[in-house]
Design a protein. Structure first.
Length: 133
């Protein structure tokens, strides 16, 4: 799946949405590399308040263990964006890593389980298990 998205991103270099999806999926699957991290940084620099770009960069920072930085970027989004399931997923994962139990639970509770990949569901369940331990 990441190869498909990588190729799609190469074929549509001006489509930030495709690039953000590729970066985020790579982070979910743990297949991110220097290329995905660089693309995430480019997207974020070009659109620090564009939800897909912020999520892509936050996902990379999450994988890199830069939880505080990821949290700051996600919280800088407008409130109506922070409340959306796609942003809430990453916000919850980051807050879980930072030990912010109640806010992590609240964020993860906004995730639409019907709209996430099995790999995302596994991350969600692991975070919830950690929060409920």
């Amino acid at each position: 799946l990441t190869r498909l998205y990588r190729q799609w991103a190469r074929l549509t270099p001006d489509d930030a949405g495709v690039a953000a999806s590729w970066v985020t999926l790579s982070a979910v699957l743990g297949t991110e590399d220097g290329q995905t991290a660089a693309r995430a940084a480019e997207l974020y620099a070009a659109g620090p308040l564009v939800p897909a770009s912020v999520v892509a960069q936050a996902a990379i920072w999450w994988r890199e263990g830069k939880y505080g930085t990821a949290l700051e970027a996600l919280q800088a989004l407008p409130a109506e964006e922070v409340g959306k399931p796609a942003v809430a997923f990453w916000l919850g994962l980051v807050e879980d890593e930072l030990g912010r139990t109640e806010s992590a639970r609240a964020a993860l509770g906004r995730v639409d389980r019907q709209a996430i990949l099995p790999e995302e569901a596994a991350l969600l369940e692991a975070a919830l298990a950690k929060l409920n331990a």
